[in-house]
Write a protein that binds this ligand. Structure first.
Ligand code: TYM
Length: 334
C-alpha cells in the first residue's frame, strides 16, 4: 500500500533556523520520512512577500536547504526542493486566489501581525495572499499530513476550507490535509520574552537560539534567559513561563519527561538547571552546524541535490495541475 504523504515548508528569511523551527517542525520532518512519502520545500516565493535583497535570498535559500539535509533529511527518502523551482505552485495559487473571499483572507492573524509591522499600506498584496500560496504548496502534493508549529494552525484551516470548496465546486480533486502538531513543542518561546513565540523577527537576538550559532553564545543566551521569581524548577505556564519554556526545551532535547526533570532539580536552583539546558542545546546544534558548513562548501553538489528534489516534486505537481486545469475548464494546450 502507498505510504501516506507529508508536506511542509520553511522560509529562507534568516541566516539560520532557530530552536522553535527545529523543535516545532524540522525534527518531526526527519521522523516522518521513515513512515511517509515526504515532500519538504524551502519557500522562497513566500520569502519575497516582505522586502528581500536578491543576494541575501540566494544565500539563505542554500543555507536553509543545507540545514535541512544536515538536520537529517535524507535526499533518497525525502523530496527536498526549492518552491520557485516548481512553477505549479504559483499557478495553483492563482486558481485558489479566485476561490478565496477578501474577508476570509483578511482574517488571517499572521497577515494582521506582519502588516501592522510594515504599516497597512506598505504591506504587499503578496503578503495578503501568502496563506493561499501556502494552501497551494500543500494541495498540489495531495498531502495527508502537514507537520508545523501552532502558529500555522489558521493557515491549515484555510487550506482545508479551500480544498473542500474546490472539491465541492469542481468535483473531488484534493486530499484534505491534517495538521501534525506536537503539543509539547508547538510553541517554543523567546528566552527574553517567555510569553512570546521564538521568532526570526523577534526584537532581540538574545531571545533566539540559532541552529548555526557557536557554543559560546548559545550557552550565554541560555544562562541569561529570563527566569521567574522564586528559585524552584517547576512547570507552571501561567506564573513561571520562563522556566516552563526551558523545561519544555530540556525535555524535548533529552527525552526526559518534565515530571522527572522537576523531581531531579528539586532544591537545586536555576543555575544548575540552565547549565544542563545549555549543554543539551549545544550537543544538538553542533553536529548540525558542522554538517551544514560542509554541505555549503560544495554548492554544486547542494544544487544538484535540489535539482533532483525539484524533478521529483514537479512530477507530482504536474499531475495534480493537469486535473485542476481540466476541472476548472481551461482548454488543453495541444
Ligand atoms: P516558518 O518559516 O515561519 O517556520 C517554519 C516552521 O517552524 C515552526 N515554528 C515554530 N514552532 C514552534 N515554536 C516556535 N517558536 C516556532 N517558530 C516557527 C512553524 O510553525 C513552521 O512549521 N508559513 C510557513 C511556511 C510554509 C509552509 C507551507 C508550512 C509555506 N508553505 C506549506 C507548511 C506547509 C512559515 O512561515 O514557516
Amino acid at each position: 500500500m502507498a505510504r501516506p504523504r507529508v508536506l511542509s515548508g520553511i522560509q529562507p528569511t534568516a541566516d539560520s533556523f532557530h530552536l522553535g523551527n527545529y523543535l516545532g517542525a524540522l525534527r518531526q520532518w526527519v521522523t516522518l520520512q521513515e513512515t511517509h512519502d515526504a515532500f519538504y520545500c524551502v519557500v522562497d516565493l513566500h520569502a519575497i512577500t516582505v522586502p528581500t535583497e536578491a543576494a541575501a535570498l540566494r544565500r539563505r535559500t542554500r543555507v536553509a536547504a543545507a540545514q535541512l539535509f544536515a538536520a537529517g533529511l535524507d535526499p533518497e527518502r525525502s523530496t527536498v526542493f526549492v518552491q520557485s523551482h516548481v512553477r505549479e505552485h504559483t499557478e495553483l495559487a492563482w486558481v485558489l486566489n479566485c476561490l478565496t473571499g477578501m474577508g476570509e483572507a483578511a482574517r488571517m492573524t499572521q497577515f494582521k501581525d506582519k502588516s501592522a509591522k510594515f504599516g497597512e499600506s506598505a504591506a504587499s498584496v503578496g503578503l495578503f495572499t501568502y496563506p493561499i500560496l501556502q494552501a497551494a504548496d500543500i494541495l498540489l502534493y495531495q498531502a495527508n499530513s502537514v507537520p508545523v508549529g501552532a502558529d500555522q494552525k489558521q493557515h491549515l484551516e484555510l487550506t482545508r476550507d479551500l480544498a473542500q470548496r474546490f472539491n465541492h465546486r469542481y468535483g473531488d480533486t484534493f486530499t484534505l490535509p491534517a495538521p501534525h502538531i506536537l503539543k509539547e513543542v508547538e510553541k517554543i518561546t523567546d528566552l527574553q520574552e517567555p510569553t512570546a513565540k521564538m521568532s526570526k523577527s523577534s526584537s532581540s537576538p538574545a531571545g533566539i537560539l540559532d541552529v548555526l550559532e557557536q557554543p559560546g553564545p548559545l550557552r550565554k543566551k541560555v544562562m541569561r534567559a529570563v527566569t521567574d521569581t522564586g528559585s524552584e524548577v517547576v512547570f507552571d505556564e501561567a506564573n513561571k513561563p520562563g522556566i516552563s519554556n526551558l523545561l519544555r526545551i530540556h525535555s524535548a532535547l533529552t527525552g526526559t519527561s518534565i515530571a522527572e526533570l522537576v523531581a531531579r532539580f528539586d532544591g537545586q536552583g536555576y543555575g544548575t538547571f540552565k547549565k544542563e539546558v545549555a549543554e543539551a542545546v549545544v550537543e544538538t546544534f553542533t553536529p548540525i552546524r558542522e554538517r551544514t558548513e560542509k554541505l555549503l562548501s560544495d554548492e554544486t553538489e547542494l544544487d544538484r541535490l535540489l535539482a533532483i528534489g525539484a524533478g521529483r516534486a514537479r512530477d507530482v505537481a504536474q499531475r495534480t495541475m493537469v486535473q485542476v486545469r481540466d476541472r476548472v475548464g481551461f482548454l488543453p494546450t495541444s
